[in-house]
Write a protein that binds this ligand. Structure first.
Ligand code: UTP
Length: 275
């Protein structure tokens, strides 16, 4: 059973400066809901109700968001505006939230290792909240949790990307073992198109087995001088098995301005006005 979902949320979000100078990127709203709230909803839908967040300096708004705001709630009690808090109140009631701080931003692998203290020795999911995923049926994490029950190994979500965009992603090479499921035999972090082993790019949804922590501990800084999760996953794939899953649904790269605008337009039409 997977119960925990880790949100690495300590990055600086430099692509959104100056907005992210004092506000966490994960609190940027898509219409009227912050990115991280969409991610926690997806986790809860998949049955993961223990939410672990890796934060950093200037990220206190994240913890405040998943807490009661007595003054505000008292102020709007009994008014029509109260209903606007229904979704977040439901999450706060249904989930537990714990936090730890990454002191130095040494990369995604390092952020996940920082979360070990919250996860312990059990399989867990990872959500990068700036990748917003939507699907009319099961959410992407739900799809992956089902797969984990069957295969019991680490799983990364992938999507096909245009060849000239591989430099933005970890890119996999693998053999197809079932429709939409690949066994990984190579992975490269942010390759130039000519070095990319395929056009199948890893996006911000993972299920990891806890042996990943020891592997990250032994992973040297890679691309950009950061401790890369991709490097640790490649080691895990070589030692055992890591699967890549071509998920059903749409994914918006809300860490980039273009993806953020696209997600905003999509959610305004399909989620906000559809509510
Ligand atoms: P990104 O590569 O998107 O970096 O990190 P970033 O700092 O958030 O954004 P830019 O590129 O400067 O605009 C991917 C995910 O990993 C987390 C980020 O918070 C984001 O969710 N992360 C990254 C950490 O938690 N710690 C790190 O040291 C690096």
């Amino acid at each position: 059973m997977i119960r925990k979902c880790l949100f690495p949320a300590a990055g600086y979000g430099t692509r959104f400066l100056p907005a992210t100078k004092s506000m966490p990127k994960e609190m940027m709203p898509i219409v009227n809901k912050p990115l991280i709230e969409y991610g926690v909803e997806e986790a809860l839908e998949a049955g993961l109700d223990q939410i672990s967040i890796v934060t950093g300096r200037g990220k206190r708004a994240l913890a405040d968001h998943f807490d009661t705001n007595y003054e505000l709630e008292h102020q709007i009690a009994g008014s029509s505006k109260e209903a606007m808090l229904n979704d977040i109140r439901h999450l706060i009631d249904a989930c537990t939230f714990s936090y730890t701080r990454q002191r130095e931003m040494k990369g995604l692998g390092h952020a996940i290792l920082t979360g070990e203290t919250l996860i312990g020795d059990e399989p867990f999911a990872v959500v990068l909240a700036d990748d917003l995923c939507v699907n009319p049926g099961d959410g992407v994490l739900s799809q992956m949790v089902k797969l984990f029950r069957q295969f019991r190994c680490s799983i990364v979500a992938i999507q096909e990307v245009p060849a000239d965009e591989t430099y933005k992603y970890g890119v996999i090479d693998g053999e197809m073992i079932k429709e939409d499921i690949f066994r990984i035999n190579n992975m490269v972090e942010k390759p130039a198109p000519e070095d990319a082993p395929s056009n199948m790019a890893i996006i911000g949804r993972y299920i990891l087995t806890p042996d990943i922590f020891d592997i990250i501990r032994n992973t040297k800084p890679g691309k950009g001088g950061e401790i890369q999760l991709t490097d640790a996953l490649l080691q895990q794939a070589k030692d055992g098995c890591v699967l890549a899953y071509k998920f059903k649904g749409k994914r918006f790269d809300c860490g980039s301005v273009d993806g953020y605008i696209e997600a905003t337009n999509y959610c305004y039409e399909n989620v906000y006005r559809g509510d």
